[in-house]
Design a protein. Structure first.
Length: 193
């Protein structure tokens, strides 16, 4: 009752006469009694109603929101069907929540290895393609034997010894062709960095 008395004290400067003040006190006291009675009588049924729709844990939270909205309603003191009134508020809360969920943007965590390439990765892919084209052109400019030795060493991963045995040429000749190929490629691809 002390909370009601405190509210009445804060409202008393607005009273214009004894009749108006008595009516205001009566409405405030009646409102609190109505909400208290409504809570005691309808809470269990409301929670059961909500639990069928959202589960028991969420139902308790929503029930508190329902009674909070009911406490601020102007219709609270004039209820004919209190259970229906509370269920309508509950349904409105559920609809509002569903609308918020529908409008909410869902995000997924990024997985660096699995997600789409970033702008930098796309630019890298373009640079790799350009470098590969320039390499093919530069290799095409080499004498056939030099290009073959280079490809055997760098692409097929064969050692100088394996190239020497496979082609039947001296090791210094393999070394010469590799140096010639590398010098040409360095000059031809020097602009790519």
């Amino acid at each position: 009752m002390t909370q009601i008395a405190a509210e009445i004290r804060h409202q008393s400067p607005q009273c214009v006469g004894p009749v108006y003040c008595a009516a205001k006190v009566s409405r405030t006291v009646g409102r609190h009694r109505t909400l208290d009675r409504l809570y005691r009588e309808e809470r269990t049924g409301l929670i059961a109603y909500l639990a069928r729709r959202v589960g028991s844990e969420r139902a308790h939270d929503l029930a508190q929101d329902v009674f909070l909205r009911a406490a601020t309603s102007r219709q609270l003191t004039e209820l004919v069907n209190p259970a229906g009134f509370l269920r309508r508020i509950a349904l409105n809360l559920l609809v509002d929540e569903a609308r918020r969920q529908k409008c909410r943007v869902r995000t997924q965590p990024l997985l660096e290895d699995a997600d789409a390439p970033s702008r930098a990765a796309q630019e890298d892919a373009v640079h790799v393609r350009e470098a590969r084209q320039a390499l093919e052109i530069a290799l095409g400019e080499l004498p056939q034997k030099t290009a073959r030795i280079f490809a055997m060493n760098r692409i097929e991963k064969k050692s100088y010894q394996q190239i020497h045995l496979e082609l039947g040429i001296a090791l210094p000749t393999v070394d010469y062709h590799m140096m010639k190929a590398l010098a040409h490629l360095r000059q031809a691809l020097g602009h790519i960095s």
